[in-house]
Design a protein around this ligand. Structure first.
Ligand SMILES: Nc1ncnc2c1ncn2[C@@H]1O[C@H](COP(=O)(O)OP(=O)(O)OP(=O)(O)O)[C@@H](O)[C@H]1O
Ligand SMILES: [Mg+2]
Length: 381
């Protein structure tokens, strides 16, 4: 057996260097953003989360440079840091939407003081709240839809019976006036209109009813194939080129195959309609891992997601309308009900996913649906 000799104590300078490097690593790896500036306005600390949230690339000479120079593209943050030296009352918790990245941060500003109480610097400590905001927005939308849904369901229910009455009575009259040509044509129109109104009522009732997912492992290529068939039966594709890139190797999604088929059928039908018989549509899917950063116990965990894109090279959506396309009854089509995308959003939300739309000058419209492979499903009304 060999005796272990007590190790020699490291020299004080080595210990200091080790402690310094430990602090550097600690700050760099914090889960929150940290920015510290010395009295003369030079950056002393800026960690990885801060760079990422501000959308900046770290460069070796950032430390020591003036904060107004490093943060020149994010003046809203520079203003807060500058204010930190002046304010006697610093906000304990405030929120800010960064103009550059659109991210929302919750932050505190503190002054660094020496033992004599002189201010030697300012720190900004913050957390990226963007995803929390999105979840809250979704919650608000859910409440709004629930209220709207109750009202729409009540009205639709009341309208259904008189509509059916109109249709039946117009049919009776049509039979009684079989030799009056003018009356026949008018009654035919009445019946047609009543049938159309009835189908809108059925669609509305369908939309406001809460989704109950029948969850099972669903193969995305099958769902996409069925969605194409459904969209084709709704909108004639004519000269439109459709390309499909949905690999069989993707993992199955825990989801509702009928709802998912409806989701992609609605997106494809819109793309076909936007193209009016010529152009191209592409539907493709990839798997990616996304950092889930909200709420324990999922904190810091990476979640497997499927990202499905439906892209067309049609006219796109005007920027002032893009925020409204998911609202129920928003339509720019003479025969549209405006429920297609509202239903899409409802199905995506029920699958705990998200949908984004972008419109480029040359690319037409691009919808991206992101759904978790193993979702955390809820009833969505
Ligand atoms: N791919 C697209 N290209 C251009 N505009 C689109 C596209 N998809 C949706 N839109 C716009 O969004 C609006 C809303 O779409 P949504 O599917 O909700 O309703 P709709 O297609 O008008 O009617 P419905 O689907 O109920 O028959 C459309 O009227 C259209 O203006
Ligand atoms: Mg539609």
């Amino acid at each position: 057996m060999t005796a272990t000799r007590p190790r020699k104590r490291p020299a004080a300078s080595d210990r200091r260097a080790a402690t310094e490097s430990f602090y550097r690593d600690l700050v760099w790896n914090l889960q929150n953003g940290l920015l510290a500036v010395t009295r003369d306005g030079r950056i002393a600390v800026m960690n990885e989360v801060a760079y990422r949230t501000f959308g900046l690339q770290p460069t070796p000479d950032d430390i020591g440079r003036h904060f107004s120079d490093v943060l020149r593209d994010i003046p809203d943050v520079a203003r807060i840091v500058a204010g930190g030296f002046e304010m006697s009352h610093l906000p304990n918790r405030a929120e800010l939407r960064l103009k550059r990245t659109g991210k929302v941060i919750g932050y505190t500003v503190s002054q660094v003081k020496d033992p004599q109480g002189h201010v030697t610097g300012v720190t900004l400590f913050f957390k990226d709240l963007t995803r929390v905001e999105q979840l809250e927005e979704r919650e608000r939308l859910r409440d709004r839809l629930a209220a709207l849904g109750e009202m729409a369901a009540a009205i639709a229910h009341e309208v259904k019976n008189p509509l059916a009455g109109i249709e039946v009575m117009a049919g009776l009259l049509k039979r009684q006036l079989s030799d009056n040509e003018d009356a026949q044509s008018i009654l035919k129109d009445i019946i047609k209109e009543a049938k159309m109104a009835n189908s809108i009522v059925i669609e509305v009732l369908d939309f406001v009813r809460p989704i109950r997912l029948q969850v099972e492992p669903v193969a995305l290529p099958d769902v996409v194939r069925d969605a194409i068939t459904t969209a084709d039966s709704q909108v004639p594709r004519r000269g439109i080129k459709l390309s499909v890139d949905v690999p069989e190797s993707l993992p199955p999604i825990e989801g509702d195959k009928h709802q998912l088929r409806q989701l992609f059928a609605n997106l494809l039908a819109n793309a076909f309609e936007a193209l009016g018989g010529e152009g191209s549509v592409r539907i493709s899917a990839t798997q990616r891992a996304v950092e889930e950063d909200v709420g324990a116990p999922a904190e810091g965990k990476s979640v497997a997601m499927l990202e499905i894109e439906v892209v067309d090279n049609g006219p796109g959506i005007p920027p002032d309308l893009i925020d409204r396309v998911f609202s129920p009854f928003f339509t720019t089509k003479p025969q549209g009900t405006g429920l297609g995308l509202a239903i899409v959003r409802k199905i995506v939300d029920a699958h705990d996913g998200r949908i984004d739309v972008t419109v480029g000058p040359d690319t037409g419209t691009r919808f991206v649906v992101t759904v978790p492979v193993n979702g955390n499903y809820k009833l969505f009304g």
